[in-house]
Design a protein around this ligand. Structure first.
Ligand code: SAH
Length: 269
């Protein structure tokens, strides 16, 4: 017994000499970019984000993921989260009071400034998600995402909480979870250290507003289809030029919208 406090003391002295960061199993978790997801299906996470590079980065604490189950905030014995659309019509709408409680939970220990911590509702009516948005989000401290279900969410709670509506594309999903995972994937891979090779995010599609050039690997001859000669030349300037021309031609052909924007930017420069 008499040794107890002493050894305790030694332990606590030793502990205090160890920086807190080193004691944390996930040393970089504090201050790591964090995604808080409000969803009726927390089991859908991390989903595909738990695989490969994003999964490794999650394990290493380069980013963090918190799911907030909407169900417990529901009303009554059945924890109802939705009700019929006011004015009539098919389906169900997520209640503003229930969603607000989940948003309040997500807002605990996060900055109120939406530039530092965006609050997003995944919605087909939103502005379309793109690489610029991924870049903007990767520069924040984290994000709160609200995944809708059924017919969507009562408009008043979106207005009251200054929620930004963002769409994955011009199609309708049954819920926001897949959209959330797609957007988090695009954002997380831009965080420092997540991709081994930082240069690859600078060269790929959209970084300069052009689609990426075609990629090839071995074998050089596959079923009689050979890789472009220039790529085997070892002549880096010529390879660069070839890739640039391919990127321009592809963009012009497939995405006239991107091509016009690129031309406009380069006329100004
Ligand atoms: N009635 C709504 C669609 C609801 S779909 C409408 O016409 O606008 C159900 C949920 O799926 C939405 O609340 C939203 O969170 C999600 N969702 C559907 N399509 C989406 C998309 N293209 N991008 C992001 N989220 C989407």
């Amino acid at each position: 017994m008499t040794d107890g406090p002493k050894s305790h003391g030694r332990l606590s002295i030793r502990a205090s000499l160890v920086p807190r960061d080193l004691m944390d199993p996930n040393p970089r978790l504090q201050g790591a970019w964090c995604a808080k997801i409000i969803t009726l299906f927390p089991g859908a996470f991390p989903g595909v984000l738990g695989e490969s590079l994003t999964g490794k980065a999650l394990q290493d604490g380069l980013w963090a993921l918190k799911t907030i189950d909407l169900r417990p905030f529901g009303e009554g014995r059945h924890r109802n989260v939705d009700d019929t659309p006011t004015g009539g019509g098919a389906g169900m709408v997520l209640r503003p009071d229930v969603v607000a409680k989940a948003l309040n939970e997500a807002a605990r220990d996060t900055p109120r400034d939406r530039a530092r911590w965006p609050v997003v509702y995944l919605s087909p009516r939103g502005r379309r998600f793109d690489q610029a948005t991924a870049r903007r989000w990767a520069a924040t401290e984290g994000i709160t995402m609200l995944c809708g279900r059924f017919e969507g969410v009562d408009q008043r709670v979106l207005d009251a909480y200054e929620v930004e509506e963002v769409s994955l594309g011009d199609f309708v999903l049954t819920g926001g979870e897949i959209a959330a995972q797609a957007m988090i994937d695009a954002t997380v891979r831009l965080l420092p250290g997540v991709l081994g090779n930082q240069a690859s995010t600078e060269e790929e599609s959209f970084s300069d507003g052009l689609l990426e050039h075609p990629q090839f690997t071995r074998p050089n001859d596959w079923q009689g289809r050979t890789v472009p000669e220039v790529l085997l030349s070892g002549h880096h300037a010529r390879i660069e030029e070839w890739r640039r021309e391919q990127a321009k031609a592809l963009t012009q052909e497939r995405r006239p919208d991107l091509w016009e924007a690129w031309l406009a930017r380069h006329r100004k420069d």
